[in-house]
Design a protein around this ligand. Sequence first.
Ligand SMILES: [Zn+2]
Length: 163
Amino acid sequence: MIDGMKIALEEAQKAFKEDEVPVGACIIQGDQLISVGHNRREQKQQIISHAEIEAIQEASRVLGSWRLEGCDLYVTLEPCLMCAGAIIQARIRKLFYGAKDPKTGVAGSVLDLFCKKLFNHSVEVYSGIYEDRCSQILRQYFKKKREIGEVAELVEGARLEIE
Ligand SMILES: [Zn+2]
């Protein structure tokens, strides 16, 4: 059995090394790893380049379909509104996430877009997977930013900056 969150954490580590807010994701179908992705917003200067969107776009390329039926998405941080929309639109089966994001998370924190049957597709959500490791890497990132005197803007995970 593939450990999806471990793979997502490895992706978060890549983002960290690329000086991006360290969030990683992957998509698994059955026992197959379909795609990985990590936050690349700064490199691409694209607001949509969150880890989840990167992984969803890659999975669609791999599978040749925008419908990711039977696919499960693992992400180290609770999804934002934009990513939650993409997850629902892509027909993701199960969402597994690590750290909560009280500022922008919509899988239980600010809102819960997944709990009610609001949409034509519902996603099963599992939270708190490797929560400590997922939030620790974000803390390390913001600590580093403070040390080099860069004030991190209010981005996803930014609340971890002040913890
Ligand atoms: Zn997002």
